[in-house]
Write a protein that binds this ligand. Structure first.
Ligand code: ADP
Ligand code: MG
Length: 893
């Protein structure tokens, strides 16, 4: 128990315990300790739920609601789930946001004791206790977890700051793997952290709005003062001071203790194995705010699915731990070129040896999940196969090490990171040998099933087993003896659940035996009769005793092995090295086809992608259609790109592929391009135009503007901003004005690298005033009046929007298309004939004091004037005149 007691959620009137039966009195007591949980109350082979719990669970699980006895004159609503099938029901409840307290019987009912013929009379209810709280953030069972995803519990603690808004201390634990990290952030950055971690459960003060994460909140108050928290944490990790692990703020420390306490409480006091808390410095990772993550479909797509995501497209890992590590790389790309290069060097080195890489894949495919097995073992929920997983996992690591050492022979060619991985993979040999000797080859699913420890490992266990088996053998030989003695060939000796070992004979001959002194009649049915003998009873008791001793001894040996495994501090590093090997191999396989490259990532301001692709769109296109690769160059002289083009031409795809390339490159992964050179990006902003994001059903223009504000307030010179169709959610002129101003601010104030896609072709005029703006457009071919999208980015700007053509393509009825087409011509004529259409736009805006041209004049670019002045029409051949005209037109548009 902790001093932190979450407030009850969904309070409703609960009946009082007065006048309850003894078992129900127990229920009331346990429920009272865990008011915010559904209480799974063990009764025999069922977990029963009562009162409101029953009503809620019955409807959530779609099972029958019944009633039992009565309480205060009313029947008690009740429902139950069989113990054997509890996992499936639990996982449904957890997924629906319930939290469950499991109360078990803490003593064996006398009827289950071996060697007793009769059910003993029961006095009072069996003792029961809550042995486990099951909440979304504290799961360890494989059935309840997604293999390739981390399952995080996050604790948040606010620290008042001088500037008004609180600063936050955050700590998160993956109890299934023992990962334990902390961070601090400002109130504004909290959203980034939530989006990056995507926690399953969040302990947070009730007053902070967590947006879409609100549903995962468990109310929690910091447990104690920072100093006490420091002391208690240090004690938990057996160090004199927390400083041993890094520097933690007060809020970080209290958050860490809050998380640990909650985890401990959920395991009924047992402390799972955790790594020491690791403070994260966020300068080390690429800044990705929630809107950016959402727009890029990194780990989850916007529709919540996992199929069309960056992760799914690049994931070639073979183990769950590898998948989790790869996901964490994508969720938090790096900014330090040396660390990025260290990762790259590994897969770049491995990719040239396809034979060894394939061998590694085979080894990894059969490697079990060491982390999660350790997680279960450390909270006392380990099963024989979890120890088996450690044995087989270490064996796989050793095999992987051998395979790695064979690659490219010499030691000095091996990347540094591989050398470290190799060291870690080769550890734990002693533990492996121990487990290998101790464990049977085939392990049972449950501890109770026995047969876990191999013969020959433990002398005492072997003795008990021999006794047990000898007695069984004697019984087997007795069958023939008795058959002969009583002259009944069909006599059998059988083991019977209630009666123990008995002689079974057909009913017809049974009558003949009834009178014998040395036989005790036990049971008769229509077809057979059962008898016991003193000899059999004695042997039965011996077998039961020996079996009991063997089982007890086996549990002791198992517990000793578990302790030994948890004690091996090299094992977590070995598991990490194995996961890393998997990720490296996954990357190598991606890069092996030569369509993914190793990017150069450095401190420069470069942004050069040659023939780059959008990996997710490409994968979704199918085999018949070729994805058109596009290059992108944002040199310091032209660091902002304006991309115009009609709808459906591929603008959004191009924008996102550049953003994804940055994420992949900085995560240390291969990039889908011929070559790439990137100066590290500190923060990446990607926005989807409101119109593309209607599914989220919010006031779209407001959302768009909030997100735009976030970019303008946060982007700096090392940031990359990709903005898609800004200003779509409002009227044309409003939208155009906003897009215009934002583009100017990106170019001249923030000085970041940016790609700006728009269907406002008018913005192309801005190149006159913005020297570092380059104009690009999506190539479109007009084929007999039909639009053909080439999906190619070319320099220049779009001349038409082809909207009416797209409408036709989409199947808008012909009369409507024709009418629209006529209207368009009409409007275009008015547009050109009328007064200056966009007097709003002042080329000499406040951020551009250098330009003083009067805004109402049609401005002619200087370059065009110069070129025109250079041309003497009389001097030109018709052919030269034509090419001069082409050149002028190019400058003018
Ligand atoms: P826009 O943003 O200009 O309206 P999108 O980027 O949404 O266009 O692209 C529309 C569709 O065109 C995509 O769903 C995809 O099927 C296809 N597409 C886009 N870019 C490419 C490309 N480079 N190669 C092949 N198909 C593409
Ligand atoms: Mg688009």
């Amino acid at each position: 128990m902790t001093d932190e007691q979450p407030a009850r959620t969904g309070a409703s009137k609960r009946p009082s315990p007065e006048g309850a039966s003894p078992a129900m009195a127990q229920w009331f007591a346990l429920k009272n300790e865990n008011p915010e949980f559904l209480l799974f109350f063990r009764m025999g082979d069922f977990y029963e739920l009562f009162f409101d719990d029953a009503t809620a669970a019955a409807s959530a699980l779609d099972i029958a609601l019944t009633a039992r006895g009565s309480h205060g004159g009313e029947p008690i609503p009740m429902c139950g789930v069989p113990v054997g099938a509890a996992q499936a029901y639990l996982s449904r409840l957890i997924r629906r946001g319930f939290r469950v307290a499991v109360a078990e019987q803490t003593a064996t009912p006398p009827s289950k004791m071996k060697g007793k013929g009769k059910v003993a009379a029961q006095k009072g209810p069996l003792p029961r206790a809550v042995v486990r709280l099951i909440t979304p953030g504290t799961l360890t069972e494989d059935e309840l977890l997604e293999p390739g995803r981390s399952n995080l519990l996050l604790a948040l603690v606010a620290e008042p700051s001088r500037r008004g808004l609180p600063e936050w201390g955050a700590a998160w634990i993956d109890i299934s793997t023992g990962q334990f990290e902390t961070a601090r952030c400002t109130d504004a950055e909290l959203g980034h952290l939530l989006a990056r971690l995507d926690p399953a459960e969040i302990l947070a003060p009730p007053d902070r709005d967590l947006g879409e994460y609100d549903l995962r909140r468990t109310p929690g108050e910091p447990p104690s003062s920072p100093d006490t928290a420091r002391a208690r944490l240090a004690e938990s990790f057996h160090v004199a001071s927390l400083d041993a692990f890094g520097t933690f703020s007060d809020a970080e420390t209290t958050a860490a203790l809050m998380a640990v306490d909650y985890v401990k409480r959920s395991q009924a006091g047992a402390m799972p194995r955790l790594t020491p808390p690791m403070p994260q410095e966020d300068q080390d990772t690429l800044g990705l705010d929630p809107a950016t993550r959402a727009s890029l479909d990194l780990l989850r797509a916007r529709d919540g699915g996992t199929e069309h995501t960056l992760f799914a497209t690049v994931n070639r890992t073979s183990t769950a731990a590898g998948a989790r590590m790869l996901a964490s790389w994508i969720a938090a790309p790096l900014t330090n070129p040396a660390r990025i290069a260290a990762r790259q060097a590994c897969w770049d080195w491995l990719r040239h040896d396809s034979v060894r890489a394939e061998n590694l894949r085979t080894i990894l495919r059969s490697a079990p999940d060491i982390d999660r097995a350790l997680g279960r073992l450390s909270v006392g929920r380990g099963q024989p196969r979890d120890l088996g997983a450690l044995r087989d996992g270490i064996a796989a690591a050793h095999l992987a090490a051998t395979e790695l050492t064979r690659i490219n022979g010499s030691d000095e060619k091996r990347p540094e990171l591989i050398k470290r991985v190799l060291g870690d993979l080769q550890e734990c040999a002693a533990l492996h040998d121990e487990l290998n000797d101790a464990l049977a080859d085939e392990l049972p699913a449950r501890l109770e099933d026995g047969g876990i420890i191999a013969p020959g490992y433990d002398e005492e266990l072997d003795t008990h087993r021999t006794l047990r088996d000898d007695s069984r053998r004697i019984i087997a030989s007795l069958q023939a003896d008795y058959g002969e003695r009583f002259g009944i060939t069909s006599l059998k000796i059988r083991h019977h659940a209630q009666l123990g070992y008995v002689i079974e004979v057909p009913a017809a001959v049974g009558a003949r035996l009834r009178s014998r002194e040395d036989l005790q009649f036990r049971q008769g049915t229509a077809s057979l009769a059962r008898f016991a003998t003193e000899e059999l009873s004695a042997l039965d008791a011996e077998i039961a005793a020996a079996a009991e001793c063997a089982a007890t001894r086996e549990r002791q040996v198992f517990a000793a092995l578990v302790a030994r495994a948890l004690d091996d501090d090299k094992l977590p590093a070995l598991a990490r090295a194995l996961a890393l090997t998997d990720v490296i191999r996954s990357c190598a396989s991606l890069a092996a086809g030569e369509t993914w490259c190793r990017p150069v990532v450095d401190e420069s301001e470069a942004f050069e992608l040659v023939a780059c692709r959008h990996p997710v769109v490409e994968a979704a296109l199918g085999s018949g259609v070729r994805f058109a690769a596009n290059s992108c160059s944002l040199s310091p002289e032209k660091r902002v790109m304006l991309l115009t083009g009609p709808n459906m031409a591929g603008k959004s795809t191009f924008l996102r592929q550049n953003a994804l390339a940055v994420i992949l490159a900085q995560a240390g992964l291969p990039v889908p391009a011929t070559s790439a050179h990137l100066g590290t990006v500190d923060r990446l902003f990607s926005r989807v135009g409101a119109a593309d994001d209607l599914a989220r059903g919010r006031s779209t223009f407001m959302v768009e503007m909030t997100e735009t504000a976030a970019i303008l307030n946060q982007a700096g010179p090392r940031s990359l901003v990709v903005v898609d169709e800004i200003g779509r959610g409002t009227s044309t002129l409003d939208g155009l004005s906003i897009a215009w101003a934002v583009l100017e601010a990106l170019h001249s104030n923030l000085r970041c690298r940016a790609i700006f896609a728009t269907h406002f072709h008018e913005l192309a005029r801005l190149t006159e005033s913005l020297p570092r703006l380059s104009l690009h457009t999506m190539a479109v071919r007009d084929w007999k009046g039909q639009v053909v999208f080439l999906h190619e980015v070319v320099s220049g700007s779009a001349k038409r929007s082809w909207g009416v053509h797209v409408a036709k393509l989409a199947g808008v009825p012909a009369p409507v298309v024709e009418r629209a087409s006529r209207l368009l011509k009409e409007l275009e004529r008015e547009h050109t004939a009328g007064p200056q259409p966009l007097p709003l736009f002042d080329a000499a805006s406040s951020s551009q004091p250098a330009h003083n041209e009067p805004s109402s004049e049609v401005s002619i670019p200087d370059e065009l004037r110069e070129k025109l002045a250079d041309i003497d029409p009389d001097d030109l051949s018709p052919r030269e005149a034509l090419s001069a005209l082409y050149a002028l037109k190019k400058i003018a548009t």
